[in-house]
Every structure is written in C-alpha cells, then in structure tokens.
Write a new protein. Structure first.
Length: 314
C-alpha cells in the first residue's frame, strides 16, 4: 500500500472515511446539473459551491474528498466549444478546488472556536487526501450506459485507453494525492485503466470502485471478483471497492473479494458500516444521494469503541 494511504489509515486507527455524493449534493444546494457535463458544469458556473460542499464533507469527518471531475472529460468540454487548453485547465481546476477546501479546512481547524465545536462540526487537524475522480466512458456518454456497462462492439480496450489517456495524465499532474476510478461498469474498462496507469507511468496511486446492481457482478454482468483481481494485479492500485451500489449488497461483495473496499450507501446505510468493517473494509464513504449528514453518521459509528476486526489490504 502507498505511504500516503497507510498514513491516513494509521492516523485514524485502521480505517478512513471518504466523502459522500458530490453531484447530488450540489443539486441539493440548487445547482442545475441537467447537462452532459453533470457536476463538471459547476467547475465553470459555481466553483465556490463545489468548494463549500467539499468543506462540508471535511467538517462531517471525511478524510478523503473526491474532486468534481467524475464527468469532466476533455471530449465533453471540447463538445461545448472549449479549447484543448481550456479543457485541461478545467480538469486541473477540479483538483485545485478540492485542495483549496482542504486549506480552508486546516485554517478553520487552527481557529476553531467553541461555537464551531458545539455546532457538531469535526474540526480536527489530520491527514486529508484529495482524490481526482475519473468516471467511466459511459458517464461521458450521459445516456445511462454507466449503469449497463454495455458499450457495444466498437468500444474496444484500445478505444477506452485512448479515450481516458490525456485526462488521466492531466489529473495525475494536478496535485491530487490519488486517482479514484469510480463507478466502473465492466471488466474492459478496468483493464483499460490498469494498462494506462502502467503505460503512462502514472506516479500517484489509484483506487478502483465498481458499481453493482445484483450483489454479485458489476453492472455489465462481469464478475466482481474478476474485475477486482484486475485492480489487485496492478502495483499502482491501493484499494478496490464498490460505489453507487445499494448498501444491502455491499457486505456480500466485500466478502467475495475479502479486500479493502470503499462502501457506498443510501438512506440508512450507517447501520451497515460496522458489518462492512467486520467483512474487511477499511475505507467507508457515500455516493449519490448521500450527504454530509451521512458522513458524520459514519464518523460517529466508526469512532465508537471500535469492534475488533482484521483489516486486510493490498
Ligand atoms: C454516479 S457516481 C458519482 C460519483 C461522484 N464522486 C459524485 O459523487 O458525484
Ligand atoms: Zn454515485
């Protein structure tokens, strides 16, 4: 495991908390994301709101925040008329905004007042990681195929590598601590990411999270353990897990690979967290429709006298 990830896990007693939904939280605050760029639209229209939502997650106890680049692609920005340079700058901006939120958070910790503590905000100086989000090709298509994983015959391994190549390079050089490949819908895209990390000599670690709608396979029907083994075979991948998946499926999925995971949840997921921890997970967070309240619930649950669990890591 990379030293940054170990540092975060050690500091918090063997587990770390990841943020919750970003796009849906931006929407809850009034952003209109009805656009092929989805949350990436806010990088242009409301960067302050993005920064505030990152900050809300840090104050709710998240140790790792994920940038607003999930649906930010060079191809998507170019389709809106932006130049190559402007498109790359927006990718970098997504990470810069998250880094600014981290700075603001540290400043707030420094001057934390008694009121803030009463406000139940978590203002505790600790190692915080910024992960650069990479959503799937299906997310760029914005036609629901990120939840079918069915890209048709023309979308090959090489096509996917070329699609993601420049974006991954730019994000790797953006100041992020790691890359979060999220909501991966099929095996071929996982393979494309793993090969890109090698070919491009990406020098920050990555994690891979897959989405499932049946508790056994990823959304395309490819086996989750097979997808996970692609991630595990890469030296650059420090964690493999699940996101944007109903919480009732998470424990079984974790057990099916018995490695560390990021769990992702919906309405009453907090009750599941300790089960996921017992099943071997060490990273816990939310996805679409989870909020800072969800994350502070996870924080409180995991901060209670910890259950004895064996943690595994790759
Ligand atoms: C469809 S999954 C979206 C993941 C992304 N990190 C977000 O919360 O917006
Ligand atoms: Zn999601």
């Amino acid at each position: 495991m990379s030293s940054i990830m170990s540092k975060v896990l050690e500091n918090s007693g063997g587990f770390a908390i990841v943020d919750g939904g970003l796009a849906t939280e931006l929407e809850r605050h009034g952003a209109d994301l009805n656009d092929p760029l989805w949350s990436a639209k806010c990088l242009v229209t409301s960067p302050h709101l993005v920064r505030q939502v990152h900050l809300d997650y840090l104050e709710a106890g998240a140790d790792i925040i994920i940038s607003a680049s999930y649906q930010a692609t060079i191809q998507g920005f170019r389709a809106k008329g932006l130049s190559q340079e402007e498109s790359e700058a927006l990718l970098r901006k997504s990470v810069e905004i998250a880094c600014e939120a981290r700075e603001l958070y540290y400043e707030n910790c420094g001057k934390a007042s008694v009121e803030a503590r009463h406000d139940s905000k978590i203002l505790k100086s600790r190692p915080i990681l910024v992960a650069a989000s990479v959503g799937s090709y299906g997310a760029y298509l914005a036609d629901g195929s990120e939840y079918s994983g069915n890209y048709g015959n023309t979308v090959t391994l090489d096509f996917l590598k070329d699609f993601h190549r420049r974006r991954v390079q730019v994000l790797a050089e953006s100041g992020a601590d790691l890359i979060a490949f999220e909501t991966i819908p099929n095996k071929v895209e996982a393979q494309a990411y793993a090969e890109l990390l090698e070919e491009e000599n990406i020098n920050i670690p990555a994690w891979f999270t897959f989405s499932s709608k049946d508790g056994e396979n990823v959304v395309s029907g490819d086996s989750f353990p097979e997808c996970a083994s692609i991630a595990e075979a890469s030296k650059k991948v420090v964690a493999v897990g699940i996101n944007c998946t109903p919480p009732r499926f998470i424990q079984g999925l974790i057990l099916s690979i018995k490695k560390q995971n990021t769990g992702v949840l919906d309405e009453d997921f907090v009750s599941y967290v300790k089960h996921w921890q017992k099943a071997g997970a060490s990273l816990f967070g939310g996805c679409c429709r989870t909020t800072p309240k969800t994350i502070s619930g996870i924080y409180r649950t995991l901060s209670e006298k910890s259950v004895s669990s064996t943690l595994t890591s790759n």
